[in-house]
Design a protein around this ligand. Structure first.
Ligand code: MRU
Length: 351
């Protein structure tokens, strides 16, 4: 039985992309209508929409918005497609790490190039495909949830980092999808959510999202995970991913690597839950994954106030790479991939 999540994070609505503004949750629940390519670029960059699969859908909607705009300015199909390519590349440059953004934008561009009909037919096909990708995202998450739930021990306390939930996808979630499916079968499981500095996706989004569904969650700060592991209070870790290399090395929110090391030390299974669209088979290992460096104010400020000396040096990588040897399994819509990941990933892609 699948557990229904009430949250729809992003959805095509008439001629606009409608999304939950994740910068102001949990203080305020607000839907935002994104109407232009520029607005979509900023929505992704400023994290109104965030989480790898959700920004993939945002990218797909962004191409539809770009096509609508250009169809009002250009009548020659070749010029239209050239201009669409420029806007697609611009959208892809909004955030560099999550490969789902590239994947979804390129899916739309391939479709646009394949339409034999008019510009207006291209626009309609792109809008329709954006909606199809939304629906597929939820279906894939539910499949992952079912596979992942099998790996959850009875009554487990599951630690998760960042937000890999309904809010990071169209709905249901990847890591939190596994938790939703496990909870539907066993309501004694519980969740520990890492706060996830500096943007606090764990504190702000994961706790809010799980509370909507009545799933018990305990919030801890990022430095606390080893302590709770050493006390035997955590039985499993499940996180999402932004990009997985062909050897299984996985980029996810900064701090994930630390959690994986702590889990290994305490003999706790560490799982990644991610759709195949997060796996980038074009790169051999994690060292090739581009890591986004974000605004230093995310570190120096909390709620607009300085929290440190103004002379301090800042480095703010948004993601880190967990080496494949720390990962117990990668939960996908095709089942749980196990080491050797180079082999199991190839098999999942039928190559
Ligand atoms: O910077 P964010 O909030 O977009 O980072 C999100 C994460 O790191 C998630 O864990 C990842 O995208 C997987 S979401 C299903």
């Amino acid at each position: 039985m699948a557990f229904e999540s009430k949250i729809k994070t992003i959805e095509w609505h008439g001629e606009v992309s409608r999304m939950i503004d994740q910068t102001i949750l949990p203080k305020e629940f607000k839907l935002v209508d994104v109407k232009t390519t520029d607005e979509m670029y900023s929505a992704i960059k400023n994290m109104i929409v965030r989480g790898a699969p959700a920004i993939g859908i945002a990218g797909a909607h962004g191409v539809s918005l770009a096509a609508i705009e250009l169809s009002k300015q250009i009548s020659d199909k070749k010029k239209f497609l050239e201009a669409l390519r420029e806007k697609a590349d611009y959208l892809k440059s909004s955030r560099p790490t999550a490969v789902n953004l590239y994947w979804a934008v390129e899916k739309q561009m391939k479709l646009a190039g394949s339409i034999k009909g008019t510009i207006s037919e291209i626009v309609s096909a792109l809008k329709e495909n954006g909606v199809k990708l939304e629906n597929e995202d939820i279906e894939i998450n539910k499949k992952m949830g079912d596979y992942g739930a099998e790996a959850v021990p009875k009554g487990a306390a599951i630690l998760t980092h960042c937000n890999a939930g309904a809010l990071a996808t169209v709905g249901y979630g990847t890591a939190l999808g596994v938790i939703r499916s496990a909870y539907a079968k066993d309501s004694t499981i519980k969740v520990f959510a890492d706060e996830t500095r500096p943007r606090q996706q764990g504190a702000r989004l994961t706790t809010w999202e799980l509370a909507q569904d009545g799933i018990p969650v305990t919030l801890i700060t990022d430095g606390m995970c080893s302590y709770f592991m050493s006390k035997g209070m955590i039985n499993m870790v499940v996180t999402g991913a932004d990009r997985i290399a062909a050897n299984g090395d996985t980029a996810n929110k900064i701090g994930t690597y630390t959690v994986a090391i702590a889990a290994k030390y305490h003999n706790i299974p560490f799982y990644i839950a991610a759709p195949l669209s997060t796996i980038d088979i074009s790169i051999k290992s994690g060292s090739e994954i581009p890591i986004e460096e974000r605004n230093h104010e995310e570190v120096t400020h909390i709620n607009g106030d300085w929290i440190c000396s103004k002379d301090v040096n800042i480095i703010n990588p948004s993601f880190d790479v967990t080496p494949n040897e720390l990962i117990t399994g990668i939960i996908t819509e095709k089942g749980i991939l196990r080491p050797d990941y180079t082999k199991s990933i190839k098999k999942a892609f039928n190559i």
